[in-house]
Ligand binder design. Structure first.
Ligand SMILES: *[C@@H]1O[C@H](CO)[C@@H](O)[C@H](O)[C@H]1NC(C)=O
Ligand SMILES: *[C@@H]1O[C@H](CO)[C@@H](O)[C@H](O)[C@H]1NC(C)=O
Ligand SMILES: *[C@@H]1O[C@H](CO)[C@@H](O)[C@H](O)[C@H]1NC(C)=O
Ligand SMILES: *[C@@H]1O[C@H](CO)[C@@H](O)[C@H](O)[C@H]1NC(C)=O
Ligand SMILES: *[C@@H]1O[C@H](CO)[C@@H](O)[C@H](O)[C@H]1NC(C)=O
Length: 664
């Protein structure tokens, strides 16, 4: 009981003096370091997001991280991944966070947990659940009472589960991050941070180290740091490490130096170059960080994959691709890279590298081409996709208003007049979030796209069905546009007239892929043969049989979409993500072996939104053994001045991240 009362830093010393074996982790402000079990401690950590790696591969990836000499891993907890509907929680299968923590513990890796509620992470809405937007005026990441109530309820579910996994309770978690780069957010609401601090302390107790992470400048720390939360910074390779840590010292005059996000690569966007950061640049700065005794987390050590619909987006609206390879030391598929060995060498100068074999890169298999068959357009199978039928509304409703958060919604109205001549269909307020595939009585008219294409011409007769399939391409995950409503968020006009009397069909495509679409006995109409024109969004299916007589199959593979345009693919009901070879830079999608079976044919479903090769070329996709995620590449060096872009998960001062085109 006395010890309990002494529960401060002297607590640790007391225990050491009494020689009580006890797991403790804290901060020593006199010696400017962490202190673990009574001894000064410095960590070298790497980021892995369990939500981006199939559970089947967690152990493999964690072992590879351990073998790189890391002390710890850092992971985010995406709230929307675990609470898909308000009050409905999911911690099963790939979402089994506690199993992930247990594995890390068994492998001997400590865990730095970034519990949210907001995580950024290039993840849909920065991890915040879209259902929060059911209160339209909600101010996210603030003291807004509805927002805080939802946070409190969620943390009341998450944090008690985490408590058993804290270091002092025998688990791997040494530190817990509160919020994420809050200093980059406009609200600057200290009451909000104080409320979070209170909630975290309430559930986790007083001992655990709670911390914040912000850009390495006083500007970012101003609204990101809070008394009672240890302030750490993040910065990229190639910059001035002394200056960056001086910024941390402006908030924490003493205590350990920590870079919580040291970038090993960078994020990508559809339509932009794949970013590559050379290993030497990272190795050099990593060494500078480590030689001054600072703590570091390599973000990412393995990026993984935005399966399904989980990618986020930045503003002006640009969504992130399915691959979150990040040019990290372990590739998207967990492969050992040259960067892995370069960084392992630097880490080995400071940490004893574990004995034993590094788990090898998993084999990849080129299963070859698979023939697909059209089973029907979205409109043809509408009753299967939307069993409950449409919601009727004079003006368009958003996704959250029809209680659908991801994927696609079909908006239908009737043409109010004859459009014999090309007639302008437009979204004057840029309210198509994010991409709309427009048809009139099944004849494809074109595509509207947020921020890019706000007007198309259509033709058709009065009374014809005007069908607008709207795709949510991922919610903004960074900055003030986080409350990213999806669907038709403002009125559409035909000529100058507002279109009214909508039928809005929520679409449960993921459910239908599992149960209805495979083997759909419909009689699809052949579409026209013009390869330039848009076709109505349609489903295609096929099967992949794993060849017999070859040992160790199924293996990982990549799927490629020759002459396909844009869409979504499922294998055995697992939503692999979006493909968009027409825009790049990603041409192949990673297919982890655990979703394939060799006993029966694997069922493939493709939803092609714009144009398939099926009417004129080969109606095939192809399984290959190498990824192509870099049809165009941006090399990112340390030379200052030529700053190209700065995004989540931080806005580093320009002198710290300098990206420029390489002279290839
Ligand atoms: C790095 O920053 C420190 C502190 O601001 C400064 O004294 C030093 O000159 C800088 N070094 C370089 C190479 O710019
Ligand atoms: C549209 O055109 C058709 C002939 O093509 C005509 O019969 C009909 O009355 C027109 N409808 C309207 C609303 O103008
Ligand atoms: C739409 O049609 C009008 C009139 O035919 C034409 O002037 C305009 O360029 C067209 N716009 C687009 C985007 O095709
Ligand atoms: C559409 O326009 C009507 C009439 O101006 C307006 O009342 C309504 O709020 C608008 N709806 C949307 C979704 O913008
Ligand atoms: C694929 O679909 C067929 C027919 O519905 C079914 O028999 C088979 O088990 C499915 N394959 C897998 C791997 O689920």
């Amino acid at each position: 009981f006395c010890l309990f009362l002494l529960c401060t830093l002297s607590f640790i010393c007391t225990l050491v003096l009494l020689n009580i074996p006890q797991r403790t982790f804290g901060i020593d402000y006199d010696r400017n370091c962490f202190v673990k079990d009574g001894h000064p401690f410095r960590y070298i950590s790497g980021s892995i997001h369990y939500s981006r790696v199939p559970r089947y591969y967690w152990k493999d990836r964690l072992l590879k991280m351990k073998m790189a000499g890391l002390d710890a891993i850092q992971t985010y907890v995406p709230w929307n991944y675990h609470e898909p509907q308000m009050g409905v929680y999911d911690f099963s299968g790939d979402r089994d966070l506690e199993y992930f923590l247990q594995l890390a513990n068994e492998i001997g890796l400590l865990v730095i947990l970034r519990a949210g509620p907001y995580i950024c992470a290039e993840w849909d809405m920065g991890g915040l659940p879209a259902w929060l937007l059911e209160k339209e005026s909600i101010v996210l990441r603030s003291s807004d009472s509805d927002y805080l109530a939802a946070v409190e309820k969620w943390m009341g579910v998450l944090l008690p589960k985490m408590k058993h996994h804290l270091y002092q309770n025998g688990g791997p978690i040494i530190m817990v991050q509160v919020e994420n780069e809050y200093g980059s957010y406009f609200a600057c609401d200290y009451d909000y941070l104080r409320s979070l601090l209170k909630i975290f302390r309430q559930h986790l107790g007083d001992e655990v180290v709670l911390f914040t992470t912000d850009g390495a400048s006083q500007f970012h720390l101003k609204c990101g740091a809070l008394q009672g939360l240890y302030a750490t910074v993040d910065f990229a390779p190639g910059g001035n490490v002394t200056a960056a840590f001086l910024a941390q010292r402006s908030s924490e005059p003493t205590g350990p130096l920590v870079n919580s996000e040291f970038y090993t690569g960078w994020l990508d966007h559809w339509g932009h170059r794949h970013v590559v950061v050379p290993s030497q640049t990272i190795a050099k700065t990593l060494n500078e960080i480590l030689e001054r005794g600072a703590n570091v987390n390599l973000y990412m050590f393995i990026g993984g994959t935005n399966f399904g619909y989980w990618n986020g987006a930045n503003m002006p609206y640009m969504s992130q691709p399915t691959s979150y390879d990040y040019d990290a030391p372990l590739s998207e598929a967990g492969d050992l890279t040259e960067k892995y060995f370069a960084l392992r060498e630097v880490i080995g100068m400071y940490n004893k590298l574990p004995e034993g074999l590094i788990p090898p890169t998993t084999s990849k298999f080129a299963y070859g081409r698979v023939r697909l068959q059209k089973v029907g357009t979205v409109v043809e199978v509408l009753d299967r996709l939307s069993p409950s039928g449409p919601v009727k509304s004079t003006y368009p409703l958003t996704f959250v208003q029809v209680k659908q958060y991801f994927g696609f919604v079909l908006y239908r109205t009737k043409l109010p007049k004859n459009c014999t001549e090309p007639t302008q269909l437009s979204s004057p307020l840029n309210g198509v979030h994010d991409r709309a595939y427009v048809s009139v009585d099944g004849v494809q008219q074109g595509v509207l796209e947020r921020g890019k294409s706000l007007m198309i011409n259509i033709t058709g007769n009065a009374g014809a069905n005007l069908d607008i399939l709207v795709e949510n391409m991922g919610r903004v995950n960074f900055g003030r546009y986080n409350n990213d409503f999806k669907g038709l968020v403002s009125n559409l006009t035909l000529d100058q007239d507002i279109l009214v009397d909508w039928e809005i069909y929520p679409l449960n495509i993921d459910g239908a892929v599992n149960h209805f679409i495979h083997g759909y006995p419909g009689h699809p109409k052949r579409s026209g043969g013009n390869p330039q024109s848009y076709e109505a969004p349609a489903f295609y299916t096929g099967t992949l049989s794993i060849p017999g007589g070859i040992p160790d199959l199924p293996q990982d593979t990549y799927v490629k979409f020759p002459d396909w345009t844009k869409g979504q693919i499922w294998i055995n009901g697992f939503n692999l993500g979006r493909y968009w070879p027409a825009r790049g830079p990603q041409l192949t999608l990673f297919v982890p072996s655990n979703i394939l079976v060799s006993s029966v044919p694997n069922n493939i479903t493709v939803l092609e939104l714009e144009h398939s090769p099926c009417s004129t070329l080969l109606c095939e996709i192809e399984f290959v053994d190498e990824p192509i995620i870099n049809v165009f590449t941006l090399f990112c060096f340390s030379k200052p001045k030529q700053v190209v872009f700065l995004f989540c998960c931080l806005q580093p001062p320009p002198q710290i991240v300098a990206l420029h085109l390489a002279e290839i």
